[in-house]
Design a protein around this ligand. Structure first.
Ligand SMILES: NC(=O)C1=CN([C@@H]2O[C@H](COP(=O)(O)OP(=O)(O)OC[C@H]3O[C@@H](n4cnc5c(N)ncnc54)[C@H](OP(=O)(O)O)[C@@H]3O)[C@@H](O)[C@H]2O)C=CC1
Ligand SMILES: Nc1nc2c(c(=O)[nH]1)N=C([C@H](O)[C@@H](O)CO)CN2
Length: 241
């Protein structure tokens, strides 16, 4: 059986990222995950053989240090999945700092990681022509419509969506680059009933599908040989509601 290559996923220790990590470990891949905050899942993942690297993309030099660690320890990569994200609102953070924070996590980190690890992805692609190599950016439905409560967040995700187009051109034909644009997939524990009801009503399908919706989209992109520079929208038909 063809040896599975390593996959790097940022923010891979909770919620969507953790579900994707576990599915890829089960599929036989070697996983490298980043996290910012220590939590119980990290010990479990390490016992499964997952390489867990602590990093905060808001801290300068953190991204360069991450790239150095991965480049030194791994000879090639099957995929890089940019999942890490901070969903901050203008009500929560002064606008004088919020845009900078959002661009550090959602744009600068993916940008530097893609450039810094492109050689490893190219080698991963040539390792098995049937598999190729992938970069996946987790953007957001709000890239299409904007957001009046998460303006800086939305703008940074729109910039991330543009990175998909640029890197798809730069890294073809060896590496496919695609976005996954969710709307509501999984509530946060602190979301109250009123918020949940309003959020569910925003889409045609009116459900909270959970992490497996994102897992399935990642699995499809990894299996595809002919999609690049595109976006998979996981939004329950919200654009028609
Ligand atoms: N959940 C949903 O319904 C939706 C999700 N999305 C997108 O899907 C992706 C996954 O969503 P979800 O699972 O809810 O994400 P989370 O809000 O759970 O965040 C994922 C991870 O990002 C990490 N992170 C946040 N800020 C930083 C930072 N400065 N440096 C390094 N890591 C950081 C966190 O690490 P730690 O916990 O270690 O601090 C966290 O575990 C995200 O890109 C999100 O924007 C889009 C629309 C809807
Ligand atoms: N990093 C995160 N980004 C987003 C989250 C989240 O929990 N973490 N959640 C949403 C909402 O589900 C929104 O899509 C619907 O209310 C958006 N982005």
């Amino acid at each position: 059986m063809q040896e599975k290559l390593p996959i790097l996923i940022t923010g891979g220790t909770q919620r969507l990222g953790l579900a994707i990590t576990l599915s890829l470990v089960k599929a036989g891949y070697e996983l490298i995950v980043t996290y910012r905050t220590p939590k119980e899942s990290i010990d479990v993942l390490q016992k499964m053989g997952v390489k867990c690297i602590r990093t905060d993309f808001e801290k300068s030099s953190s991204v360069a240090e991450l790239v150095d660690i991965v480049a030194q320890e791994y000879g090639m990569l099957r995929a890089v999945i940019h999942n890490a994200s901070d969903w901050l609102a203008e009500d929560d953070v002064p606008c004088s700092e919020l845009m900078d924070r959002m661009f550090k996590v959602h744009v600068n980190a993916p940008y530097q990681i893609n450039i810094g690890l492109s050689d490893l992805l190219m080698k991963g692609s040539s390792n098995d022509e049937n598999q190729g190599a992938d970069i996946i950016h987790f953007t957001d439905y709000v890239v299409e419509k904007g957001s009046d409560k998460h303006i800086a967040y939305s703008a940074s995700k729109a910039a991330l969506a543009n990175l998909t187009l640029s890197f798809a051109k730069k890294l073809s034909p060896q590496v496919k680059v695609n976005s996954i644009a969710p709307s509501l997939l999984k509530f946060n524990d602190e979301d109250d009933e009123e918020y949940r009801a309003k959020a569910l009503a925003k889409s045609l399908l009116q459900i909270e599908p959970g992490e497996q919706e994102a897992v399935a989209a990642v699995e499809y992109i990894l299996s595809s040989r002919y999609m690049t520079g595109r976006t998979i929208a996981l939004d329950g038909g919200r654009h028609l509601a």
